[in-house]
Design a protein around this ligand. Sequence first.
Ligand SMILES: O=P(O)(O)OC[C@@H](O)[C@@H](O)c1c[nH]c2ccccc12
Length: 225
Amino acid sequence: MSGFVAALLGARVPVIAEVKPTDGRGAALLGARSPVELAGAYEAAGAPCLSVVTGRWFGGSPRLLADVAGRSGLPVLRKDFLTRDRDLVATRELGASAVLLTAGLLPRSVLGSLVDKALGLGLTPFVEVTSEAEIAAVRHPADCVIAVNNKDIRGREQGVPDLARSERLLPAVVATGCPCPVSASGISRPEDAARLLGAGFAGVLVGTALLRAPNLATWLAEVPR
Ligand SMILES: O=P(O)(O)OC[C@@H](O)[C@@H](O)c1c[nH]c2ccccc12
């Protein structure tokens, strides 16, 4: 089992906490904090894993990933729209433990070979899906995190989130043998996170709501398992 998956499955509060400078509309999310300070605050509040967005839509960069991964003791997921083998090699070199692969943006054969390549590099594939057809396209599901995205990435994550999508698709994710189903995006309240975990998700990925929370520790403490 990968370090990223082990950290999530072993966590009391299995929330992957995201570092991203802006939301999909360009609104600033870090306030006066540096990304490294924010990562430290997530760790202190008990988050088991981090997600770092390196895509420019969200104000990210590869440098941001290197800074956070170099300073944090937590396993880090790189979130970006990567399509080539060499992007995965670079991701490893930047210090990530897991890498986002977006099933809806990649032809099935490309997704399969990127999963193979990531596993060969020791990176956990974190495959985001929005439909049963995309779930069926995930190769080696037992070695991947399969994450249901509650928003539509084609709309640059700006639309209304549909948490019911996660609940609807969970049985199909579990049926693949994936040990670590995750629900990602648009989870705005601790009670929504708790409901998804109660339904059977092994983890949730939360960005904007945590970045805007007045108190991280309080938000996470309100997510009982
Ligand atoms: O801020 P939110 O709604 O909690 O969402 C986090 C994360 O899922 C989102 O940032 C995201 C989902 N897919 C992505 C792809 C690239 C970059 C970022 C993302």
